[in-house]
Design a protein around this ligand. Structure first.
Ligand code: T4K
Length: 448
């Protein structure tokens, strides 16, 4: 296992409920507290109940996959030698070519991140007025519309894939609608044919936020060539990354031509500006990381897949916890381990489980709670939006994303799923302990 940077030495002691007449133990390893708080007839195998945390070092969702250091440094050396740091250098061109090949598209325009990529694509497509978008997404998707003066119209999602529900999209179209911005959530390919059909029948632009979906698609077709354009993220927390980075891919040559101008302030040559633009360029250092990361892509996906299988086997018998299934007819990067918690069956809410895991030194995430319609500025603008988004509301309360990637081993997945099983087995005691817990490691939403 690769080394982690946040060590348990930096952490405060795990929560130990203070029994009457006993002193609080500040031992980080929890061993003393386990003796004090062992519950008769139960295994003290939960940190909240006094056991040693499952992990000595933090296990995180989003820890970057580190590619080969020597290869990356070799590229950085070449960058130094050449003096070309940015503005369409040789590594950027190579990166664009390789991304286009994997996406199966004619064009790729690399960007400094996916958020700027989305903003550029929205503008280059001439979207205006209302655009249909899921509320259940990372807020960047919706900000990319709003920051350009477009009005997001939130639509509900499919409960199995967490992607836009085409029926909900069709019902939301009005004369003000100019486009659909769909998200391949968790790398699950959207209902692309249904969305393309709707867009065509209503004369709408169709853009895909493919931030999660590099290396995904159906067996026959990779994500990349659907709709008018698609936008990948190569942020450090993504499966393949470029430190920060993004890419717009499309088969539309006119659109690609406009985007190439727009990503570089609109310049067509050294002093001719032909289009409104911005600085959305990817640097050579990012392209160097992107190329090196691409070289590890197969190994990363194979590792993620093994971790996914370990999660599937470890979670299968735990009541109230289900792992999002991967469709057999899909290519997948297995980058997100998405679980749903049924609180009535598990005996704990998703939030309680996330909190109990923090004391095990595991940072599980509530992505994408509470849905963009409940975040600013959208909640003030559309206070009633939740009424039309029942699936979004439910899913946002249930989803818990667990750590994976090259920094997490199969053995660690096994240890983590055993700990989740123990937490659920002792749900009433865990809930009672949480109610008295003031540990600063608790997530902000449960800190008292
Ligand atoms: N559309 C969708 C659907 C998206 O999910 C995203 C981004 C976008 C668009 C926009 O893409 P970009 O403009 O970012 O290219 C992270 C990422 O910042 C974000 O890119 C991503 N989605 C989102 C799902 O996750 P946070 O706020 O959860 O990241 P953060 O800082 O909490 O990092 C996660 C964990 O990883 C931390 O516990 C620390 C660890 N970490 C993180 C970084 C960056 C490290 O150990 N090292 C690091 O360098 O947003």
């Amino acid at each position: 296992m690769a080394s982690h940077t946040i060590s348990n030495q930096d952490m405060i002691a795990p929560h130990v409920p203070v029994a009457p007449g006993r002193r609080y133990s500040a031992r980080v390893d929890g061993a003393a507290s386990a003796r004090v708080f062992a519950i008769p007839g139960r295994n003290a195998d939960v940190a909240l109940l006094g056991a040693k945390p499952a992990f000595a070092e933090m296990l995180l969702v989003g820890r970057p996959n580190m590619p080969d250091r020597a290869t990356f440094m070799g590229r950085i050396d070449r960058m130094f030698d050449s003096g070309r740091l940015t503005n369409r250098g040789p590594m950027l061109l190579e990166f664009e070519e390789r991304v286009a090949r994997i996406a199966g598209t004619r064009h790729c325009i690399a960007t400094c991140n996916a958020t700027v990529g989305l903003e550029l694509a929205i503008s280059a497509l001439g979207m205006a007025g209302d655009v249909i978008v899921p509320s259940y997404t990372f807020v960047a998707t919706v900000h990319a519309l709003w920051r350009q003066g477009l009005r997001p119209v939130f639509c509900d999602i499919n409960p199995k894939t967490h992607c836009l529900d085409p029926d909900s999209v069709e019902a939301a179209i009005t004369s003000r609608t100019t486009g659909i911005l769909a998200v391949h959530m968790w790398g699950n390919t959207c209902a692309t044919h249904a969305l393309e059909d709707i867009a065509e029948r209503h004369g709408l632009k169709l853009l895909f936020d493919a931030a999660h979906a590099f290396g995904c698609g159906t067996k026959k077709r990779a994500v990349g060539g659907y709709g008018d354009a698609e936008v990948f993220s190569f942020h450090a927390t993504k499966c393949v990354h470029a430190l920060e980075g993004g890419a717009i891919v499309t088969d539309d040559s006119d659109l690609a031509g406009r985007l190439r101008l727009m990503v570089n302030f609109g310049f067509s040559d050294e002093d001719t500006v032909k289009h409104l633009g911005t600085n959305g360029k990817m640097s050579e250092a990012s392209a160097a990381m992107g190329l090196t990361s691409l070289e590890s892509m197969d190994a990363i996906i194979a590792h993620n897949r093994r971790n996914y299988a370990a999660y599937a086997s470890g979670l299968q018998a735990i009541p109230g916890i289900s792992l999002m299934s991967r469709r057999m007819n899909q290519q997948h990067n297995y980058h997100y381990i998405v679980t749903e918690i049924d609180a009535a069956t598990a005996g704990l809410t998703r939030d309680e489980l996330v909190a109990a895991l923090r004391l095990e030194n595991v940072v599980a995430r509530r992505y994408f709670y509470p849905g963009c319609h409940r975040m600013q500025p959208y909640t003030g603008l559309f206070p009633q939006a939740g009424r039309t988004l029942p699936v979004t509301e439910e899913i946002a309360k249930r989803v818990m994303v667990l750590p994976t990637g090259m920094q997490v081993s199969e053995a660690e997945v096994g240890r983590l799923t055993s700990r989740i099983a123990a937490i659920v087995r002792q749900a009433p005691a865990v809930r009672a302990a949480l109610a008295q817990c003031h540990d600063p490691r608790l997530p902000p939403f449960l800190r008292q």
